[in-house]
Design a protein around this ligand. Structure first.
Ligand code: AMP
Length: 533
């Protein structure tokens, strides 16, 4: 049925279940204890540790007991480590013990760490002493004096001792679907971190709907390089894989050659990665030599997925590509492409809304629902919306309105079927001489130029126009970059002159969030400091 305005009601044909993070693991472990649940994605196949569902549950329950002996249900404990399997076990252990896991980015520096631990009033932290030269234990010690509520800290190097402290007689609490389960600090691309307070119902159902739409089942092997501290890792990958009863191959850190090797040697069927990761894999010389015949579905999202990338991956791998759009505040998925969506939908839209969620597109100023096709802010409502930003009432009220609508800050337009197309971030929009310009449109076209490895377009201040369009380009081959004149001419054939960048910058690498998204605010800050000349 064709929509009359930019509003899609919730599809309620698949129910929201009253599930919890611990509960979904218990169920699968009971039903198929011997099936392979988790594989540590290390380079050396012989060194890869493997857990069956029964083993994963047993270890998670042991951890839950050790936690319960030290913390009260509802208290916050933080995890500060890369994608090690113990992270996943702690996620389930905390869920079973009724604790709230604060997921901390392992790249954080001492002041960033102090901010999230203080703001979340964390009572305990699990960490690795150092990660890729980041001296985490030292950082923690440096700020511990600023954290009066932090009672306990545990190094993952003492994990066995911690587990052994569990008394088998310790009772685990009843945990309800609407209990808080995680606090995730979001904002990598906008700067200011706020802790999204997420609940069991939101995370478990969102991951299940995700896995169902991607046709994951007990035969699926899911390779995830997504960081566990982000919903792409600890929700879609971990909870999606468990609820589909499949196997999760968890990479400790993203490395494109290792991702290709794991996909081949572990018989991966599903691959999830942000676009920069997929680009990295395609750029590997051995891409063509790997037998990736087992891979059936590739899913990307979390940042703009260029249509050209979708075409390349589908063409070169013979897989079905899906795009997920969402944000941490929504647990995270909001729209998700169906594997059998038409090519023209896959190469331009974000697909249809996920089950049990309503979406609408509104005028950001008046809040009125817009006609079909008119660009505006995407709002979502449903079971997955976070409780709020932890202890930030004002920021919560700016984001979730009185009727429960989450205002995403993303600009989209909706067609008469309810498929949305993203045009940019509300805050990203460039206003040049009063005219709204959406960077995404320009980035999409530049990305199709073979000499462009990756690109970000931003508005820079200009005395005459207010803002002008600037393109930051990472050359595919730095030895033979396209000239600015060539890129300019390439765009001018396809876009109006006012959208053609007035300034060009060539970078060796982009500032990325640890989940692989280009940090436009860092690009802007670097430009302001004169780092790009
Ligand atoms: P995060 O909360 O870190 O997952 O970031 C969410 C933001 O990433 C969204 O508000 C969007 O701006 C962006 N994003 C997520 N998925 C997509 C997608 N498929 N296409 C474009 N942008 C996306």
């Amino acid at each position: 049925m064709a929509l009359r305005e930019s509003y899609v009601p919730a599809d309620t044909s698949s129910p929201v279940l009253e599930t919890t993070v611990g509960g979904v693991l218990r169920k699968v472990a009971e039903e198929q204890p011997h099936a392979l649940a988790l594989v540590e994605g290390l380079p050396d196949p012989a060194a890869r540790r493997r857990w069956s569902y029964a083993e994963l549950l047993a270890e998670s329950e042991q951890v839950a007991r050790a936690l319960r002996q030290r913390f009260e249900p509802g208290e916050r404990i933080a995890v500060w480590a890369p994608n090690i399997p113990e992270w996943v076990i702690l996620e389930f252990g905390a869920g079973l013990a009724g604790l709230v896991l604060v997921t901390v980015n392992p790249a954080y520096q001492p002041q960033e760490l102090a901010y999230v631990l203080r703001q979340s009033r964390t009572a305990g932290i699990f960490y690795l002493p150092s990660v890729r030269g980041n001296p985490m234990e030292e950082s923690l010690e440096a700020v511990r004096g600023e954290l009066p509520e932090l009672r306990e800290s545990f190094s993952f190097e003492d994990w066995e001792t911690f587990k052994a402290s569990a008394d088998p007689g310790t009772e685990l609490p009843q945990v309800a679907a609407d209990d808080p389960v995680q606090i995730q600090y979001t904002s990598g691309t906008t700067g200011f971190p706020k802790g999204a307070d997420l609940h069991h119902r939101g995370l478990t159902n969102n991951a299940r709907f995700f896995a169902e739409r991607l046709r994951m089942d007990e035969n699926s092997v899911y390779l995830s390089p997504m960081p566990l501290f982000h919903t792409g890792g600890c929700v879609l990958a971990v909870l999606g894989s468990v609820q589909s009863r499949g196997t999760l191959v968890q990479m400790v850190a993203f490395e494109p050659r290792l991702a290709l090797e794991l996909a081949e040697s572990e018989g991966v069927t599903h691959l999830l990665g942000v676009p920069t990761m997929l680009i990295g894999m395609l750029e590997q010389p051995e891409f063509a030599e790997r037998d990736l015949g087992s891979v059936q579905y590739v899913c990307s999202g979390g940042a703009t997925v260029p249509a050209e990338l979708v075409r390349r991956i589908e063409g070169e791998l013979g897989v079905s590509f899906s795009i997920i759009y969402g944000q941490t505040e929504a647990s995270p998925g909001i729209t998700l492409m169906q594997p059998d969506d038409a090519p023209e939908d896959k190469h331009g839209t974000l697909g249809p809304v996920m089950p049990q969620t309503e979406i609408k597109v509104v005028d950001p100023k008046s809040g009125a629902t817009l006609p079909i096709g008119a660009p505006g802010e995407l709002c979502a409502r449903g079971y997955g919306v976070m409780t709020g930003y932890f202890e930030m009432r004002e920021k919560t009220a700016e984001t979730i309105d009185a009727e429960g609508w989450l205002h995403t800050g993303d600009l989209v337009s909706m067609d008469e079927r309810g498929y949305t197309t993203i045009t940019g971030r509300l805050k990203d929009m460039i206003i040049r001489g009063g005219e709204n310009i959406y960077p995404r449109e320009i980035e999409e076209i530049l990305f199709t130029h073979p000499a462009v490895g990756d690109v970000a377009v931003l508005g820079l201040p200009d005395p005459r126009w207010g803002e002008i369009v600037a393109a930051f380009v990472r050359d595919a081959d730095p030895a033979s970059p396209a000239s600015d004149a060539e890129l300019h001419a390439f765009l001018r054939k396809r876009l109006a002159p006012q959208k053609t960048p007035a300034r060009w910058f060539h970078l060796d690498a982009f500032p990325l969030t640890p989940s692989g998204k280009i940090q436009k605010f860092v690009l802007r800050e670097n430009w302001e400091k004169g780092l790009y000349g």
